[in-house]
Design a protein around this ligand. Structure first.
Ligand code: IPD
Length: 273
């Protein structure tokens, strides 16, 4: 299994790096976008090109593998997770940032086998940050091993979370409420504008926790294994096990901090992937 995982990893990293060049080439010029689920949910030509290149390259090398890609699903493909090896791809996570030239966008690629994330790659080509993880082998930033912080209490925690890409009234209410609850108790809040990079920041120990409602499997598949391999925990924001299709995630440096945040925040339950 380990040899196979190494092979999957090498092929995926090489494709991801090639696709990163497309993002770099267009970071100052890609202001053309279409809207998807609502007026703040964007897709650009680069999102589509990166996803086509990744799926094309991976399926050529691994013809029996399955795929869940953000833009393929937006165009009508099924979001179906089976026990088969499945590549879960967000071609540009942080498309809003990409359109504005805010330098926090990444390619996020996770591989699940038996529905468990076993490999994760998160690449921000603009800042040259390559986050990688393989099951049982640790988490790395540009080849250097990274680990989560040791923070156990919200009182000492820096927490990332996002308003997301929907203007749903009930969800907005929950976001405002949680902003208030977290700033009243913790050290502060941050938003990078990319769910995968928020999770990578927890893996790196720069933030102590991250949570979000309304994300999708492609936003969290790579971050899930990255945070766990960095020594952190990934759970459902209400405190139960993480469910990759439930569109809810909470990750933290320690189980104590994760549970305290789960007990503190207001909950929102989006429709499943
Ligand atoms: C979005 C970003 C954003 C998060 C949204 C995601 P996209 O992904 O990760 O930070 O708040 O929930 O949908 O649309 O840029 O790939």
């Amino acid at each position: 299994m380990s040899d196979k995982l190494d092979e999957y990893f090498e092929v995926a990293v090489s494709l991801v790096k090639t696709c990163g060049n497309l993002i770099i080439e267009h970071i100052n010029g890609c202001k053309v976008f279409e809207v998807k689920s609502c007026d703040i949910d964007f897709v650009t030509e680069i999102d589509k090109k990166v996803e086509e290149t990744l799926i094309g390259g991976l399926s050529k090398r691994f013809p029996t593998h399955k795929f869940i890609g953000e833009e393929s699903v937006a165009s009508g493909a099924k979001c179906e997770l089976t026990d088969d090896p499945t590549w879960i791809i967000d071609p540009v996570d942080g498309t809003m940032n990409f359109v504005h030239g805010f330098p926090h966008s990444c390619i996020s690629v996770g591989l699940t086998i038996n529905k468990e994330s076993v490999l994760g790659i998160i690449y921000n080509p603009i800042l040259q940050q390559l986050f990688t993880a393989k099951k049982g082998q640790g988490a790395f930033l540009n080849g250097r091993q990274i680990s989560v912080s040791q923070v156990k209490e919200l009182h000492n925690a820096l927490v990332t979370f996002e308003a997301g890409t929907s203007r749903d009234e009930e969800k907005s209410h929950v976001v405002f409420e949680n902003f208030k609850r977290i700033i009243c108790k913790g050290h502060g809040v941050r938003s990078l504008g990319s769910a995968a990079l928020n999770m990578a920041m927890v893996a790196q120990g720069g933030a102590d926790a991250n949570f979000e409602f309304g994300i999708h499997a492609w936003d969290t598949a790579a971050g899930d294994i990255l945070v766990r391999e960095a020594g952190g925990v990934v759970i459902d924001p209400a405190g139960g096990p993480f469910d990759i299709l439930a569109r809810r995630v909470l990750c933290a440096s320690t189980p104590e901090l994760a549970q305290e945040i789960a007990n503190t925040i207001a909950q929102y339950y989006p429709e499943r992937d």
